[in-house]
Design a protein around this ligand. Structure first.
Ligand code: 0X9
Ligand code: ZN
Length: 421
């Protein structure tokens, strides 16, 4: 009987792996950086987003996903500019289908039972259920608040974590995850931080003495749910509101009203970095905006968790310039980067967003900083998996623990630097 079930399961798995997907024939290349030539090639690729998607480009080696029909043209372009490359994923479709199967199995093997482990990635529904369960379990220290609704009607909920001493008007650390749908390690890391602050609160008493933490684990709930649906949708980045007859979604991290739609954002609704029809066209971005303003006087650190690239980035992100208070940002950011390096040996680069990565105007980090948060970071967690945004479930534990080391160190520095008035 067991053999029968095994054979049946294998049949279905092989069947679904054999089925085609929209990513069949896509390849990912790593371009070996070569100053101006690579800058030029990347700028050419950006013009043709239906054939190329640049996953990372920061002056260092870039990862580019290439459409099957553009393979030879792409190689020619590289050859013309004597750029060296290596293929890092020969069949994006196959890797995504394999991962989809693995994730489906993991969901069956590890059903949600009132606690979130690091065995697998969780759905938006499970995450909401988990924070509600925490609030029931620890009513004096945890409050869940519904702060809005996504376009498709998912409830966006924050969890506020305190030490339960009943004092109000403490300083605030505001943290979010899941801006970009496919960056699954982000909500996972934010959830681990929640678990630490709630379940291990005695060890983190200092972080909760004069500070409350307010956390929105999944900003782009519709996008995140969409990436869970199938192998074909796993690489989705944007929100899910249709922008016109053909293209869906806005980049929520280009939709904020601070130098909106300037550098590094696109006015094209089909682009992965579409800024939206106007600033705050997306209700998910409005939710984050309102959170930022509601804590602007007490908020000391805003931390938005993304992937990938191993960065702790600070303003400005819309222009290659530093704010006057950059030494404060640098000091706190380095506390995080150094702590991670000491704990695991992983290197994080700490510095100005535009200089280290690229300009991207209309993002939440610049908005929060401009609104009054003296410390504001985008943390880009490490890449993983065959497609960089998909660390295997077996890496979740290591990555989220490492991330917490950084977050804790930055928070500790913030609580020392900005004591309660
Ligand atoms: O492009 C982004 O939104 C972020 N990188 S990601 O690969 N996760 O999409 C970086 C945003 C950094 N912040 C600003 N440039 N303001
Ligand atoms: Zn991101």
């Amino acid at each position: 009987m067991k053999i029968f079930w095994f054979a049946l399961c294998s049949f279905f798995i092989t069947e679904s792996l054999a089925k085609g997907s929209i990513y069949d024939g896509f390849k990912i290349y790593e371009l070996i950086a070569k100053g101006r030539s690579s800058d030029f090639v990347l700028s050419e690729l950006i013009k043709n987003e239906s054939y190329y998607e640049i996953f990372s480009s920061n002056g260092a080696n870039a990862h580019v996903m290439v459409h099957p029909e553009a393979q030879s043209e792409f190689i020619e372009l590289l050859d013309d500019h004597t750029l060296t490359h290596k293929i890092v994923n020969r069949d994006v479709g196959l890797t995504l289908r394999r991962e989809f199967e693995t994730n489906r199995n993991l969901r069956n093997w590890f059903p949600y039972e009132g606690r979130l482990g690091t065995e697998r990635y969780y759905t938006h529904e499970e995450i909401n259920q988990y924070i509600e369960d925490l609030a029931k379990q620890f009513p004096s220290r945890v409050v869940v608040k519904t702060v809005g609704k996504s376009f498709e009607g998912r409830w966006l909920k924050t969890i506020r974590i305190t030490n339960g001493d009943g004092r109000s008007n403490k300083n605030v650390i505001l943290m979010d995850g899941g801006f970009h749908a496919r960056e699954w390690i982000s909500p996972a890391a934010v959830l681990y931080a929640i678990g630490e602050l709630v379940n291990n609160y005695e060890a983190h008493a200092q972080l909760l003495l004069d500070y409350d933490w307010v956390i929105l684990p999944v900003v782009n709930a519709d996008g995140y749910a969409y990436t869970h649906l199938s192998a074909d949708t796993r690489m989705w980045r944007k929100t899910r509101r249709p922008s016109n007859d053909t293209c869906i979604g806005t980049d929520p991290n280009r939709n904020f009203d601070f130098h909106w739609n300037e550098t590094g954002a696109s006015p094209d609704p089909c682009s992965e970095t579409y800024a939206g029809s106007k600033a705050f066209s997306e209700q998910e971005a409005i939710v984050v905006r309102d959170l930022i303003h509601s804590f602007a006087d007490r908020g000391k650190m805003y931390l938005t968790v993304h992937s990938y690239g191993n960065y702790i980035l600070y303003p400005w992100g819309y222009i290659d310039a530093l704010p006057d208070t950059w030494p404060d940002l640098d000091e706190v950011g380095r506390a995080g980067g150094d702590a991670i390096k000491a704990a695991t040996g992983t290197d994080y680069r700490v510095g100005c967003s535009t200089t280290l990565l690229y300009p991207a105007a209309g993002a939440s980090d610049d908005y929060a900083f401009n609104a009054g948060f003296p410390i504001s970071f985008t943390m880009e967690l490490p890449a993983g998996g065959a497609n960089y945004f998909d660390p295997p479930a077996s890496d979740i534990d290591r990555l989220v623990k490492e991330t917490w080391v950084g977050i804790e160190a930055m928070a500790r520095r913030v609580t020392q630097k900005y004591p309660l008035n």
